[in-house]
Design a protein around this ligand. Structure first.
Ligand code: HEC
Length: 152
């Protein structure tokens, strides 16, 4: 490799690394939310009765627990359907899997939910959490049962 090709390679690697790192941040997560989630969960995650539950102010207690964070990563990877109750409202919807998104993009949107919409003081998710969620075998029924056990 010529020195020039080498430095180009190093720059490219650096740029790729920076891009990956920034995908997990809240500003990236907000952009992802506004592209992928807003149609159902509405602006600022306020939700819409009959369509999709609120994500703002509804997840703080759950996010404080490891099982709750695991629940969020698995809902994003595996989707969710069937009857749930949120803020006294019944939803029988279908949350589509977000499988095509990268792990860092998913961490970014989850950190946006945690920090901007539910008051977490620091990022709670990294790309590695989504590697685990992808490997986990679970059903929507199991996810709803896990949800029932979590604090609200
Ligand atoms: C097509 C509509 C739709 C889209 C797009 C969508 N969701 Fe959902 N989401 C839902 C529905 C509906 C539910 C509740 C599922 C049920 O009724 O079983 C849900 C549930 C959730 C939950 C669980 C909430 C709880 O109270 O337990 C989270 C977290 C969530 N969605 C995050 C997201 C994020 C983040 C995105 C974007 C990356 C997204 N959703 C995109 C419809 C959607």
């Amino acid at each position: 490799m010529t020195p020039r090709a080498l430095s180009f390679g190093v720059l490219l690697a650096l740029a790729t690394e920076l891009a990956a790192a920034s995908d997990a941040t809240v500003p990236q997560g907000l952009a992802t939310f506004n592209r992928q989630c807003i149609a159902c969960h509405q602006s600022g995650g306020k939700g819409l009765v009959g369509l999709a539950p609120a994500l703002a102010g509804t997840l703080a207690n759950l996010l404080a627990m490891e099982d709750g964070r695991r629940y969020v990563t698995q809902v994003l990877i595996h989707g969710l359907s069937g009857r749930i109750v949120s803020q006294g409202q019944v939803f029988v919807g279908a949350m589509p899997t977000q499988l095509p998104m990268s792990d860092d993009e998913l961490a970014g949107v989850a950190n946006y939910l945690a920090q901007d919409l539910n008051g977490a003081a620091q990022p709670l998710f990294s790309g590695a959490d989504f590697v685990q969620a992808r490997a986990a075998v679970t059903t929507h029924k199991q996810l709803r049962e896990l949800r029932e056990r979590l604090p609200r």
